[in-house]
Design a protein around this ligand. Structure first.
Ligand SMILES: Cc1cc2nc3c(=O)[nH]c(=O)nc-3n(C[C@H](O)[C@H](O)[C@H](O)COP(=O)(O)OP(=O)(O)OC[C@H]3O[C@@H](n4cnc5c(N)ncnc54)[C@H](O)[C@@H]3O)c2cc1C
Length: 165
């Protein structure tokens, strides 16, 4: 994917893996090698883009992941934002969810005063349905947009968004 804005172009290379890859999040040499291997010989402008990636000083590698916790609190500890319900960057909603979560927790704590058990329960009960919805949408729309599995799906995505990826 080429994403151009403000005199700058991001080169984005996404791939799907059936298994969890053992890549340390700080091992950039390995990450660069994985990208080069995954996209070797795949056609389109990939060879040119791989050369850009090789020369890039702002290389960033990550996996699209979600956090789904069975409970958002334990004792006096309560989670907000990515730690509790990361919806994946593909959703473009992580910042909003962290703020919505903090606001929902503040509301619950104000309502229940010193009773943190009830406050944490109320926070989770109020917000979880919305989080479930956002996470489901992130998988459905996010993955279809970023890593369509077939040529046909790529064409459908391009037609829908009006972009050439
Ligand atoms: C590439 C990328 C693009 C994204 N694009 C978007 C976007 O367009 N729109 C959007 O809304 N969201 C986007 N997000 C998601 C968004 O950045 C996150 O969802 C959001 O920052 C989550 O906020 P948070 O406060 O929960 O966690 P974070 O912002 O991760 O904050 C957690 C903080 O805790 C600190 N920390 C961790 N461990 C410890 C420790 N042991 N002790 C003390 N401190 C610790 C960390 O250093 C960090 O500062 C994107 C994310 C990525 C990675």
């Amino acid at each position: 994917m080429l994403n151009a804005y403000k005199n700058k172009t991001d080169v984005v290379l996404c791939f799907a893996s059936e298994t969890e890859l053992a890549i340390h999040h700080r091992d950039e040499v390995h990450q660069r090698r994985v990208i080069a291997e995954q996209f070797a010989g795949v056609g389109w402008r990939t060879a040119e883009l791989l050369r850009e990636v090789e020369a890039s000083e702002s290389f960033y590698f990550d996996k699209l992941a979600q956090i789904r916790m069975p409970s958002w609190s334990k004792g006096r500890v309560v989670l907000v934002g990515d730690a509790a319900y990361c919806a994946s960057p593909a959703a473009g909603m992580g910042g909003s969810l962290a703020l919505d979560g903090a606001a929902a927790l503040a509301d619950a704590m104000r309502l229940h005063g010193d009773d943190h058990v009830r406050a944490f329960h109320a926070y989770e009960e109020a917000l979880r349905p919305f989080i479930d919805e956002v996470q489901a949408e992130a998988v459905r729309v996010g993955l279809e947009t970023l890593v369509p599995r077939t040529e046909e799906a790529i064409r459908a995505r391009n037609a829908k968004t009006g972009h050439e990826f």
